[in-house]
Design a protein around this ligand. Structure first.
Ligand code: CDP
Ligand code: MG
Length: 765
């Protein structure tokens, strides 16, 4: 089934990497033997080469893409571009035909839903029409995007059309990046940023029009803004307009939600798209994609190709494989026309990104290999062929590990149709679906599940409470999450002391809402100010939020593990991580230091970014009137403070060594205090086989052959009573059986019956 295919991954990607590595290792070995080097069997050689390979690969892909375009731009493409003036281009878009009608509809209604094909000009034009119609005299025109890249790319385009620099009349704001100024009138932003602004300015008083773009994506932030703005527009009595735009036909549902407001259809011109399915399921969709692209290029008439893959790594592998295969083909057939390969994903340098919009030179063909971003947020002109393997990477909640993770899964039928539609914008097109018709009809869901039904809700509920919505159970979501998940989130926030007994936001909770990390982490962070160790805690949090920093190549496991042991702190893994960060910093953030110590440099750099972002965020929060002193302080050598801060956030993840009577295989068993689950210290932990560890907290659980605790730290059980008094208390001696007396700490976890949970959810004024 599609799900199996998604889980298995591509053999091609694995093979290609292994082969290359082996070849290089042999070459290096030969070279060293020839030079009679004493380092023939250098244990670090493997790691160094693997890293080099990765970097070279990335560089090559980027160089190919850029040089190819530069060469072509010089010769041909500028000529094509200048044929239409900017104004002519604007007027040729479908939305221009409806300009007057549309402006009238906005004037007559506070809410309006606009539906139009992708590429009809909704995102780039409507904001400009509104500006031209005078809405900028009463405030700013905001337009939200679910994706950062889309916000940047449209802001750049519109600035060009308006003939200003980004940050002047037209700007954008995404997290940690603000390109707006005092003269900004049209502001593109991520939906998350507008949601955040609602914390400070619940009436959105800066804005005269808010356009919630790409509403069909149904991100949590957009869903919350729907509900919030429904009320704000009423309160602002005609001084704020809300426009909801969508590419697909969810329009009835949107209209009903906004008091049956009118739905405005932009008449687009689309051409028929012929759809081909595979006869049998494709077991390796990357390989199938590459073959299909080459096949189109060698056999089909002119027209560009758009391919949908799930993420950066897939895209890069695929680009490289296509470039490679094509170079062989050019040699055997010099008359073959060129195929220009261009990747697009969110973490890409914007210089390369803008290349995908340039027209393709005559006699050549381009293939754009994109993530889901090209489904609706970005339009590339001239696409006649779409290759759709049928997968997408989405956020999903993993209840076992208590965190949101990215998973690859089959797309919905609505997404499949949206993707094939990309082929029919400039002429009749063809879509190759790399799955069977049966999979399309039977295995794919009709619509994409809104993100709010998939994710853990603690952060969302915290945001709602911080926006002043007390009765969250009665909140009018467009799709209501399950009551059980909402109650669970409320309970979690209560025991974290973000909410009080009445379900009202506490001061701690208010600060937690500002930091865009999971509530257990933000609680730890807020408490670290009290414990005088905010500097250390920020560094540990940064290390916890990036991919694993320890590198363990298969052939060098023992050595890598030995190197890792040198960082171990016997109080636990949190402090070990701190130690790694500190040592790296002391090395001057050295690359060689990472290589020599079996540390992933990429993860470390990312941790450094997160650290700086958190510090910047903290400074912003601190400038607002604040009761809690948010200052960066170091606890120096009193690292126990760091452990205490983590207890105040992660007490829920607490486990106690199980008392066993000499059963050696049971050695090292812990039981969670919350639900008595048997859990184990992971062999990679600094606490593995360390005596005297009785109580621990852990970051997450990882299930392999056993339930392992990931990132574990030793704690004093008295801290539980001290810093999590809502959950734990010291048991009364008289109440306990002899067996229980040894445990002393008693969780109050089952204390909340349904009624009490309800009370929490209502909130009282
Ligand atoms: O929002 P919608 O999908 O309706 O269309 P749009 O994003 O406003 O795009 C309208 C036109 O602007 C398309 O023809 C795009 O190719 C072009 N565009 C561009 O050239 N560069 C961008 N960064 C964004 C859009
Ligand atoms: Mg758009």
């Amino acid at each position: 089934s599609l799900n199996n295919i998604a889980n298995n991954g591509s053999q091609l990607m694995k093979d290609a990497k292994a082969k290359k590595l082996e070849k290089r290792l042999n070459e290096e070995k030969k070279r060293r033997e020839m030079h009679k080097s004493k380092y023939v069997d250098d244990p670090l050689m493997h790691q160094k080469i693997e890293k080099q390979l990765k970097e070279e690969e990335l560089e090559q892909i980027e160089i190919n893409a850029v040089t190819e375009w530069k060469r072509q731009a010089r010769t041909e493409s500028y000529g094509i571009k200048s044929k239409l003036s900017m104004q002519e281009q604007r007027e040729s878009l479908p939305v221009f035909q409806s300009r007057e009608e549309l402006l009238k509809a906005v004037r007559d209604n506070d809410f309006i839903v606009i539906v139009g094909e992708t590429g009809s000009g909704k995102t780039t034009q409507i904001t400009q029409y509104l500006a031209e119609d005078g809405y900028i005299n009463d405030g700013i025109i905001a337009c939200t995007q679910p994706r950062r890249v889309a916000a940047i790319s449209v802001a750049k385009r519109v600035a060009e059309e308006v003939n200003c620099k980004v940050g002047e009349e037209v700007g954008y704001t995404i997290r940690f990046e603000d390109y707006t100024g005092p003269s900004t009138k049209i502001k593109y932003m991520t939906d998350g940023m507008l949601e955040r602004e609602a914390l400070v300015d619940p009436l959105m008083s800066k804005y005269s029009v808010i356009m919630l773009d790409e509403a069909h994506e149904r991100t949590v932030a957009t869903d919350i803004l729907f509900a919030l703005l429904r009320n704000v527009v009423k309160k602002r009595k005609g001084t704020l307009k809300l426009i909801v735009t969508s590419a697909t036909l969810d329009s009835i549902k949107f209209s009903q939600y906004f008091n049956d407001c009118p739905v405005f259809h932009i008449k687009g011109r689309t051409f028929p798209v012929k759809i081909y399915y595979t006869k049998n399921p494709e077991l390796d969709y990357i390989e199938a994609t590459i073959d299909t692209v080459i096949d189109i290029h060698t056999n089909n008439a002119q027209g560009d190709i758009l391919v949908f893959l799930t993420g950066r790594e897939e895209i890069e592998t695929c680009c490289e494989a296509i470039v490679q295969k094509m170079s062989v083909l050019y040699k055997s057939d010099p008359s073959m026309s060129e195929l220009v390969v261009l990747p697009i994903y969110s973490a890409m340098p914007s210089e390369i990104q803008s290349r995908i919009f340039e027209p393709t030179p005559k006699g050549k063909r381009k293939v754009v290999i994109a993530t889901n971003i090209a489904e609706t947020s970005i339009t590339i002109d001239g696409i006649l062929y779409v290759v759709d393997p049928g997968f997408v990477k989405v956020n999903a909640y993993d209840p076992k590990r208590s965190m949101d993770t990215l998973v690859v899964q089959p797309i919905s039928r609505a997404q499949a149709d949206q993707r094939s539609g990309r082929a029919g914008r400039t002429g009749p097109g063809i879509c190759y679906r790399l799955y069977t018709k049966n999979a399309y009809l039977k295995e794919m869901p009709a619509n994409t599940t809104p993100e709010i039904l998939r994710k853990n809700l603690s952060h969302t509920i915290l945001m709602l409470k911080a926006m002043g919505i007390e009765d969250v159970m009665e909140f009018r979501f467009m799709d209501r999450p399950k009551e059980e998940s909402m109650l669970k989130a409320l309970e979690e926030l209560y025991i974290l002391e973000a909410l009080d007994e009445e379900g009202k936001l506490t001061e701690t909770g208010r600060y937690m809402a500002y930091f865009a990390v999971e509530p257990m982490l933000s609680k730890t962070l807020i408490k670290s100010f009290e414990f005088g160790c905010s500097y250390e805690v920020i560094e540990v949090i940064a290390m916890l939020t990036v991919p694993d920093v320890f590198y363990r190549p298969r052939e060098k496991r023992e050595l890598a593990d030995k190197m890792k042991r040198r960082f171990d702190n016997y109080s636990g893994d949190h402090l070990t991580l701190l130690n790694v960060y500190r040592k790296w910093e002391a090395s001057g953030f050295s690359k060689d230091w990472c290589t020599d110590n079996f540390i992933h440099e990429k993860s470390m750099k990312k941790a450094r970014d997160v650290k700086n972002q958190l510090i910047r965020l903290m400074e912003i929060v601190d400038k607002k009137e604040s009761g809690i002193q948010l200052s960066l302080v170091s606890c120096k050598n009193k690292l126990e403070q760091v452990q205490k801060a983590f207890v105040s956030g992660f007490f829920k993840n607490c486990a106690k060594r199980s008392s066993n009577h000499g059963h050696t295989d049971e050695d090292g068993v812990f039981r969670t205090l919350a639900d008595n689950l048997a859990v184990y210290i992971h062999p990679s932990s600094s606490l593995f086989k360390i005596p005297g560890v009785d109580y621990v907290i852990y970051h997450t659980l990882v299930l392999t052959n056993k339930e392992y605790m990931h990132c574990t730290t030793k704690i004093d059980p008295a801290w539980l009573v001290q810093y999590a008094s809502k959950v734990f208390r010291k048991a009364n001696e008289g109440e306990l059986s002899i067996h229980k007396k040894r445990e002393r700490i008693q969780p109050l976890y089952d204390r909340f019956d349904q009624n009490e949970r309800w009370r929490l959810s209502r909130g009282r004024r």
